[in-house]
Design a binder for this molecule. Structure first.
Ligand code: PXP
Length: 251
């Protein structure tokens, strides 16, 4: 049976717009509440080391004022670990922030940074926080994520979204293979980065993927149609993709 597909709405870029003027508007917490009303299953926010969009105060409010599960994206640093342990979000997605932590493709290099990451994963899990690793769809990365004991891998969809034609087909196959491998290793499979109305269906059709985290496109599209409409349309396209997956399975 194919599992339902959740949508985590990333509200970072509401804070980007707010910070352009330094005031309080637009409020990312209000956006999170609208997202909940539009059918989002979770809220994702990335607290960056330079605080370029989401602030510490936003994280506190998102944890306290929004009923949906919070997925905190963070770098594996002592400062971010302390913040995560303080707010105990539902999940933490460890992402690369310094250039050294990035593979050429853009995900977190969990093979290279295995020893650095292991204690962070342990401490978060000891507090009941689920740990996700944002990695490229690469067999070595998936295998090491499983060995590290992560609960979840979030597959980086950036290259799939940024390519076209045969290159995009190739990237989609890489996502499918990584999802299947991760699932077989007992990992929960999420995906995200750069997804849009055009690119979402094929990823939603990968049966092992159970959550998509989408931000920039949704917030951008909200300029034209409003946030609620943009989220509802994305959900509907995700469902179309999921139906295709069910068709493939039952054929
Ligand atoms: N997932 C992860 C781990 C990310 O770092 C981001 C970007 O913050 C996203 C998903 C969402 O990407 P986008 O804003 O391009 O939809």
């Amino acid at each position: 049976m194919i599992k339902p597909l959740r949508l985590g709405v990333n509200i970072d870029h509401v804070a980007t717009i707010r910070n352009a003027r330094g005031g309080l508007h637009p409020d990312p917490v209000r956006a999170a509440i609208v997202a909940a009303g539009a059918g989002a299953d979770g809220i994702t926010a990335h607290l960056r080391e330079d605080r370029r969009h989401i602030s510490d105060h936003d994280i506190k409010r998102l944890a306290n004022e929004v009923a949906l599960p919070l997925n905190l994206e963070m770098a594996a640093t002592p400062e971010m670990l302390a913040i995560a342990l303080n707010h105990t979000p539902n999940a933490c997605c460890i992402v690369p922030e310094k250039r050294l932590e990035v593979t050429t493709e853009g995900g977190l290099d969990v093979v290279k940074f295995h020893d650095h990451l292991a204690p962070y994963i342990q401490e978060l899990q000891d507090r009941g926080i689920r740990v996700s690793l944002f990695i490229d769809p690469d067999a070595g990365q998936v295998n090491t994520a499983a060995k590290l004991g992560a609960d979840i891998i979030e597959l980086h969809t950036g290259r799939y979204c940024d390519t076209a034609g045969k290159d995009r087909d190739f990237e989609l196959e890489a996502l499918k293979a990584a999802a299947s491998m991760g699932d077989a290793l007992g990992l929960e499979i999420h995906a995200g980065h750069g997804l849009s109305f055009e690119t979402v269906k094929n990823v939603a059709a990968i049966p092992e993927v159970v959550e998509l985290n989408i931000g920039h496109f949704l917030i951008g599209e909200a300029i034209y149609s409003g946030l609620e409409t943009s989220i509802r349309r994305m959900r509907s396209l995700m469902e179309d993709g999921r139906r295709a997956a069910r068709g493939i399975r039952t054929a």
